[in-house]
Design a protein around this ligand. Structure first.
Ligand SMILES: [Cu+2]
Length: 594
């Protein structure tokens, strides 16, 4: 993969002032209380080949009242682990909790028994015991790590991983910052989950009112408004179901800083600043922008892409994006990460001076789901206030020729599936409340709440159609077969599943070692699901077979489908699941490669 890299200068200066924090975190037992913020606060950095990570309960204060977090080596977020491609790292994880714990290295290609998923990779780390992870680093880029046990991730067990490449990077920058986004609640995760189970709308105060109806009737006529409403009622759903858990209970954090103070990154005028965005939230998608600064996206999920200049991007739970910005004046800029449902935001400041801050923009209007988001395609789509695309297949074709549908059996590599969408019999029943009739590829649709932002706000928004690998596709074989999986659920009962079958009742998916397979995901729900395959890359088919982008987590938009190719080059038992923490118990499969 390094053959295409152009030798480029890389003059880097990393965040200064971290050495004392590093020392603290290596000692492991010294609590770093991050409740009251100073500008220098940032996650500590640990470097080298041997790491001791201590998992413990710790008091934190993000909301004005103290609360117990679960931390890794005394920090929230956990220390940034800075590794070097080609090296072998050893991580000794010590469990000081009263329950089993684990750490999963998200996006890292490693042996199955080092992947950190209790029940699949190993038995977990019992209370009072330690586990030694050891693996070779075969990649570079921005990744992260988190607990894969229970709901521990929600209470603070997450941190960034940076792997510096052996070869020079194909871009240059002067400053390098991790921008890790997360969602904190003083409520215990089991309380949150139980509330959702009892009343799925518990945290959502945006249900429609009679006043909304009359407003809509004014705009679109009573008949239209009535039909629209009747449809939603029949489905027993709400077009305002954007997030299950909202700013009502969440405080959104940027590098562990609540919005009141916000994280601060310093720059000198004219410098290039690399920002490594990581969405380590349990349940929250963020829409990120830096008013006044254009961002050049250079990597997605740790993998270099063909650089693309944008103003705004959506980052799903568990995704990462690296961007470079070039502030040219001595002014401050707000890094604004609003939650997808617009119930709050995480915030930081890029500034030449710690006392200089920028205005915080207003939240965008709350998004409203459309018929297209229910997989109804373009027919009669009444788009509400949030105009979507045409609802037609929106595959961005490179070159003039159409890929021969059906020509290669399942569809040509890089261009998506030509197999019809089919709902399996297990999808029918009270446990599934929606099936998309006409799910389309919506790669150039930025998603609900981000549509038409160029016309409305003069913001160019990143879409998956923009993602193209910087390097050539390594495995150029056509897919030998296709697996179609449906993301399913019953929102009002808060039940989530795949093909209508929850994890506890499901058979593992089997892949043959070495095979090239296409996975097509169909989202039969109204929520975005970030789907994460462990151990292997998900090579996203965006309409180009030569430069297929590699991801570890793929957002499947409501009522849409998406396809990616997988080379089954990793023997073992792997987790495959929705990364929304409270969807995971049901929307999960074991994948066995043998
Ligand atoms: Cu999900």
């Amino acid at each position: 993969m390094n053959t295409c890299r152009q030798p480029v200068l890389s003059r880097r200066r990393f965040v200064t002032g971290l050495s004392s924090a590093t020392a603290l975190s290596i000692l492991g037992s010294t609590p770093l209380l991050l409740g009251s913020k100073r500008y220098s606060d940032a996650p500590p950095v640990m470097q080298g080949k041997l790491f001791d990570l201590n998992i413990a309960y710790q008091e934190m204060n993000f909301t004005g009242s103290p609360s117990i977090a679960t931390t890794i080596s005394g920090a929230l977020p956990a220390p940034i682990l800075r590794w070097k491609e080609g090296e072998r790292v050893t991580l000794r994880v010590h469990n000081n909790l009263d329950q089993t714990t684990s750490i999963h290295w998200h996006g890292i290609i490693l042996p199955t028994d080092m992947d950190g998923v209790p029940g699949l990779s190993f038995g977990g780390i019992p209370p009072g015991e330690s586990f030694e992870y050891q693996f070779d680093l075969l990649q570079s880029g921005t990744y992260w790590y988190h607990s894969h046990s229970g709901f521990q991730e929600q209470t603070g067990m997450y941190g960034a991983i940076i792997i510096d490449p052996i070869e020079p990077e194909p871009f240059s920058y002067d400053r390098d910052y991790v921008v890790l986004l997360s969602d904190w609640s003083d409520e215990s995760p089991s309380n949150i989950y139980n509330k959702l189970k009892k009343l799925s709308h518990y945290y959502n105060f945006r249900e429609r009112t009679l006043a909304d109806f009359f407003e809509e009737a004014d705009e679109h006529g009573v008949a239209n408004a009535w039909n629209n409403r009747r449809m939603w009622n029949q489905m027993r759903m709400s077009d305002r179901d954007i997030s299950d858990v909202t700013g009502y209970t969440y405080t959104f954090l940027m590098n562990g800083q609540a919005p009141a103070d916000g994280w601060i990154g310093l720059f000198d005028r004219g410098q290039k600043v690399r920002l490594r965005f990581i969405n380590a939230a349990a349940m929250t998608f963020f829409d990120v922008r830096i008013p006044g600064l254009r961002m050049t996206v250079i990597a997605a999920d740790g993998q270099n892409i063909q650089p693309i200049s944008i103003d705004e991007f959506r980052i799903g739970v568990a995704e990462t994006y690296d961007v470079i910005v070039e502030p040219e004046s001595d002014t401050a800029y707000t890094i604004f990460a609003q939650s997808i449902d617009r119930t709050g935001y995480a915030r930081g400041t890029l500034t030449p001076h710690p006392n200089l801050k920028a205005d915080i923009p207003a939240l965008d209007p709350a998004p409203i789901l459309t018929h297209a988001d229910m997989g109804m395609g373009g027919q009669g789509a009444h788009e509400g206030h949030d105009m979507s695309g045409s609802g037609m297949p929106t595959f961005k074709m490179k070159g003039s020729e159409m890929p021969g549908a059906g020509m290669m059996g399942t569809g040509q590599a890089g261009f998506g599936s030509s197999t019809p969408v089919k709902h399996s019999t297990t999808e029918f029943g009270p446990h599934v409340d929606m099936r998309a009739d006409n799910p389309n590829y919506r790669l150039d649709d930025p998603g609900v709440g981000l549509r038409n932002h160029l016309q409305r706000y003069d913001r160019t928004v990143l879409t998956y159609a923009d993602l193209q690998n910087l390097y050539k596709t390594q495995d150029t074989r056509e897919p030998q077969r296709e697996i179609q999986l449906h993301l399913t659920g019953n929102m009002s009962r808060y039940m989530w599943s795949i093909n209508g079958t929850k994890f506890a009742d499901a058979e593992p998916l089997h892949l043959s070692y070495g095979e090239r397979v296409r996975i097509t995901l169909v989202n039969d729900t109204m929520m975005n699901h970030p789907i994460h395959l462990h151990g292997m890359w998900s090579e996203l088919e965006t309409g180009d077979d030569h430069y297929i982008a590699r991801k570890h987590t793929v957002i499947v938009q409501p009522g849409a489908k998406i396809s990616y190719l997988v080379t089954a080059d990793a023997i073992g038992r792997w987790a495959y699941h929705c990364h929304l923490l409270y969807h995971m118990p049901g929307m999960f499969r074991e994948v066995i490669v043998s």
